[in-house]
Design a binder for this molecule. Structure first.
Ligand code: URA
Length: 434
């Protein structure tokens, strides 16, 4: 068997056998197969797709490429949540502490930004000193004591996905259904949670642009999880506009704190209440999603969710003063407004483009080695359906580079479509597979 033949086989649209998938994944993990051949294979998969059998085999091969975490020392049912990736998606920062405040054990494995979407770890590293490089002992101890810990993907956990994720990020090979399903589920199967709630994004800012493709992705992941004996639920949520108003690492962290204090944007709050209620029920802490939802709302009102957030950040080395006073987090040098050039209603916000503008400003990675600028990004002051008058501020751009700022301003104005007549409201939660 050799990688060249496998690339040719996939290029012609043939199905790879389990042995061939195992050969490829093992070879890549052990560095016997170079990045350039794996990039060619990923691109061939993007064009030819994978069958459900290939997707399942790829998931298991990646999950078994490293250790399977044993979380049996954590009390109760361990629940994890994973998003397929969106723009302005700071859900985990708010949701984890909320459900943990209700006694659910959140043992979460998170990733860095991918393509035009942001990652939870990059966002959390906004706090000085914060680390997700936890030993297994500290991870377990923090979940038992605080209710939540978030770890990065260690070298031992699904290492094949870790390498592939970084490669796909910079080779234009992220947005393929089987690759996303196997990437997410391999980590989830290796990370030992009992129940998994998936936030599958759909729309312009998601990797899956249509509801049909997002449903197929959700169903593929739910069936792989069930095969492995996990309790599964998937929520399909709107990504035809950014979630909340902030896009960019520190900007999103501030918005997450506002939300934990009950002052967040309504769409973000609604999404965390929906995802959270399925997590709370899966953990056996409420009889129904309606009951769980009421309990979750209470954690925002009584301050318990924010208290858990503070303890969690501090336990992972983050600066308490910055959590209590997020205004002390660094800010970008230039903050400039983009204004509407006509009266009307916001009909569309090109969401992937907003993510790409944040990347252009330095908020994400363009190569595997890129360093992120945590301060830059976009604050949206208007969302879909809002009425605007010419001269109203649509959004502000936070930048550290004058030239990039000017490019971002032009692109941002282009990303907004303002029409004469009111536009119909879109549902935030499109479908639930429970
Ligand atoms: N999140 C992941 O972990 N992997 C993907 O491929 C996409 C989103």
């Amino acid at each position: 068997m050799n990688m060249y033949d496998l690339i040719m086989k996939k290029k012609k649209g043939c199905e790879l056998t389990n042995d061939e998938i195992r050969y490829m994944i093992e070879g890549y993990t052990k560095e016997n197969i170079p990045d350039y051949q794996m990039s060619a294979m990923m691109m061939a998969i993007c064009f030819q797709g994978m069958t459900p059998e290939e997707t399942k085999n790829l998931t298991l091969a990646m999950a078994e490429s490293g250790d399977i975490l044993d979380l049996s020392e954590i009390k109760g049912i361990k629940v994890d949540k994973h998003s397929t990736g969106g723009v302005g998606d700071k859900t985990s920062l708010v949701l984890g502490p909320m459900v943990a405040a209700l006694g659910v054990s959140v043992a979460k494995m998170s990733g860095r930004g991918l393509g035009h979407t942001g990652g939870t770890i990059d966002k959390l590293e906004s706090f000085t000193g914060f680390t997700t490089a936890l030993s297994k002992e500290t991870f377990i101890q923090n979940v038992n004591e605080i209710g939540i810990a978030i770890a990065g993907q260690t070298a031992d956990l699904a290492p094949a996905d870790k390498k592939l994720y970084a490669l796909r990020d910079v080779t234009g090979t992220v947005d393929q259904m089987s690759l996303i399903a196997s990437s997410i589920m391999s980590k989830k199967l290796a990370s030992g949670a009992d129940a998994i709630v998936l936030d599958v994004k759909t729309g312009d800012g998601a990797f899956m642009k249509t509801l049909k493709d997002s449903m197929a992705l959700a169903e593929a992941m739910v069936s792989i999880g069930k095969l492995a004996g996990k309790k599964m639920a998937a929520i399909i949520s709107d990504m035809d506009q950014p979630l909340g108003n902030a896009v960019g690492n520190i900007l999103e962290v501030k918005e997450a704190i506002d939300t934990l204090q009950g002052n967040g944007p309504k769409d973000l709050e609604e999404l965390v209440l929906t995802l959270g209620s399925y997590m709370v029920v899966a953990a056996g802490k409420a009889q129904s999603v309606e009951e769980a939802r009421e309990q979750l709302k209470q954690t925002l009102i009584d301050g318990s969710a924010f208290e858990v957030f503070k303890k969690f950040v501090v336990a992972q080395g983050g600066c308490e003063d910055e959590v209590l006073h997020p205004e002390k987090l660094p800010v970008a040098q230039h903050i400039e407004e983009v204004v509407a050039d006509k009266d009307g209603y916001v009909a569309k916000i090109q969401t992937e483009e907003i993510g790409r503008i944040s990347l252009l400003l330095g908020g994400g990675r363009e190569t595997k080695e890129s360093e992120i600028d945590l301060t830059v990004g976009v604050m949206l002051h208007t969302k879909r359906g809002d009425r605007v008058a010419a001269g109203d501020v649509l959004a502000t751009i936070h930048a550290n580079d004058k030239e990039k700022l000017e490019q971002a301003k032009l692109r941002l104005l282009e990303a907004y479509t303002v029409v004469d007549n009111p536009v119909e409201e879109e549902l935030l939660i499109k479908k639930i597979i429970a």
